[in-house]
Design a protein around this ligand. Structure first.
Ligand code: FMN
Length: 195
């Protein structure tokens, strides 16, 4: 049992990220990944544009992704050291399951790009919660690969952007809690008359 996910509140209160490099089998099945994506898609979306989508990178495609990242990195940084190229290959091979989330804004819509990107971020957050609800841990990474046009073009096309790589699996060790912001610093009562 990763955490207490027995009630909606405990589910929300216990979700935390897993470090992708520390995620191992058992992994979600393809059907479970599709079920998570279905939950992630239940996201507020001004204009019903669905300005986001998800691409599952199967086991058989991980080596291809590693090759792509190494090639793209080398193309952008011809003087890259081997250790940097190795890091790209390792990035691609982390965790037993991988979903790439794309922000897919509709430029022909009157809905502001900002709102479409907020919706994409919300869908990504929903994916993390969905993974947690299925009993797995997930980690949301961007890093250099998310900002490479060559990598993006392997998954979509401009103006799409990679919103994140979602590595999903089972933590090899208990997840560590990280420092959380002091909740009292995050809210205030609006009192315009006192201004
Ligand atoms: C858009 C986005 C991109 C991120 N990219 C990275 C990354 O490339 N590398 C990294 O170590 N953490 C990255 N993080 C942070 C982790 O996903 C995660 O938020 C953090 O490690 C733990 O937070 P949590 O336990 O509240 O989920 C990113 C977070 C967001 C929202």
């Amino acid at each position: 049992m990763l955490n207490d996910i027995s009630t909606p509140l405990s589910l929300l209160a216990t979700r935390r990220s897993g470090k992708p490099r520390d995620l191992v089998a058992p992994a979600p099945s393809h059907d479970q990944l599709v079920a998570m994506i279905k939950l992630a898609a239940r996201t507020p979306d001004h204009g019903k544009l669905a300005p986001w989508r998800f691409v599952i990178v199967g086991d058989a495609q991980r080596d291809r992704l590693a090759t792509l990242l190494v090639e793209a990195y080398r193309n952008e940084r011809p003087a890259a050291k081997q250790v940097e190229l190795d890091a790209m290959a390792q990035f691609a091979r982390q965790a037993p399951a991988l979903v790439v989330a794309l922000s897919s804004p509709r430029t022909d819509s009157h809905i502001p790009l900002w709102e479409q990107e907020l919706s994409a971020g919300a869908a990504c957050m929903n994916l993390l919660h969905a993974a947690h609800a299925h009993g797995f841990a997930a980690g949301w990474l961007t890093g250099w690969p998310a900002f490479s046009d060559q990598v993006r073009d392997a998954f979509g096309a401009a103006p799409e952007r990679i919103a994140g790589f979602f590595f999903i699996g089972t933590p090899a060790r208990a997840l560590e809690e990280r420092p959380r912001p002091d909740p009292t610093s995050l809210w205030s009562d609006w009192r315009p008359d006192l201004g």
